[in-house]
Design a binder for this molecule. Structure first.
Ligand code: ATP
Length: 283
């Protein structure tokens, strides 16, 4: 039985065009892994392969989680169903009786900040932020142990986005929910993830890995800003995003964090625990 999500030697091509090459990653229970990279680098392709929406042709993906849910860039709520019924959709598909699924959907919707009026409305009547809450509730009501996030918060303003982050972190504080997320927003990745992986190149490989030892629930804005600056100061990361070199590199923050240049020496060895603070690093 596979523990967590394991991706080994994964490559993918669309026709003659190679998109991903030799991707290795591991996501254990309760951890968050964020994939960042330039547009078109294959983040969605990798996520869709993990979700089973694309067929793996080279390499291996083993998903040992019992229940996987996914959130897309658009909330994708059914406009002809009430918000409550939208949240309950997955439970209906599982065959849960109407009264039980509505009770569970109501409780999750309320936990996501949707009041009775919002639950009774139809999706087009809600703001984008409320629709995002409904989409998150629809995923979490299934009690997934793996959540795949395909930039679901990208259209939200910064305040709304942070509210969504808090809801997600609250769920992770309650139970060991693993999250694999892709985002364009490096700061969002640093705010939420235990590990940030930078994907770049054509075909894309993992170029950089940053392990963040402070639990996401204990990070403040200043810490996130410093760690983001630290990541974006790395030459390999700047090259990945086609950013010009820094003229006068600022001193890197002294907080612990483990940077790994994955492009230098591709031999990926077993994952080991770093004794200093329990972060996992590729050695
Ligand atoms: N179904 C497909 N058929 C052919 N090419 C595809 C398909 N899906 C994606 N691609 C190509 O694969 C490459 C990677 O696309 P992908 O959407 O995975 O990148 P991304 O990093 O998620 O991009 P973005 O950040 O802009 O969403 C792109 O060049 C894209 O055009």
């Amino acid at each position: 039985m596979t523990a967590g999500l394991q991706v080994q030697g994964l490559s993918h091509a669309f026709g003659p065009r190679a998109v991903l090459e030799h991707i290795d990653l591991t996501l254990p229970a309760g951890r968050t892994l964020a994939l960042v990279g330039p547009s078109g680098s294959g983040k969605s392709t990798l996520l869709h392969l993990c979700a089973g929406l694309l067929t793996v042709r080279e390499g291996r993906i083993a998903n040992g989680f019992a229940c996987t849910a996914m959130l897309f860039q658009q909330p994708q709520l059914l406009p002809w169903k009430s918000v409550l019924d939208n949240i309950a959709l997955g439970l209906k598909a599982r065959g849960v009786a109407r009264a039980a699924r509505q009770a569970a959907a109501r409780a999750m919707g309320r936990a996501m900040g949707l009041d009775e009026l919002a639950l009774a409305q139809f999706p087009p009547q809600l703001s984008g932020g409320m629709q995002s809450r409904a989409a998150l509730a629809r995923a979490l009501v299934l009690q997934p142990d793996l959540l795949l996030l395909d930039e679901p918060f990208s259209a939200l303003d910064i305040g709304m986005r942070q509210q969504m982050h808090r809801l997600l972190l609250a769920e992770q504080a309650r139970r060991p929910l693993a999250v694999l997320m892709i985002t364009h927003d490096v700061m969002e990745a640093v705010a939420l993830a235990d590990t940030v992986l930078v994907l770049a190149g054509a075909p894309a490989r993992l170029r950089w890995r940053l392990d963040l030892p402070v639990p996401a629930g204990h990070r403040d804005d200043a810490w996130v800003h410093r760690q983001t600056a630290r990541l974006l100061a790395q030459g390999a990361v700047r090259r990945a995003f086609d950013l010009p070199p820094l003229l006068a590199p600022a001193p890197l923050p002294t907080e612990p964090g483990f940077d790994q240049d994955l492009a230098a020496g591709r031999a990926v060895a077993p994952v080991q625990r770093a004794p200093r603070d329990g972060c996992e690093v590729l050695l």
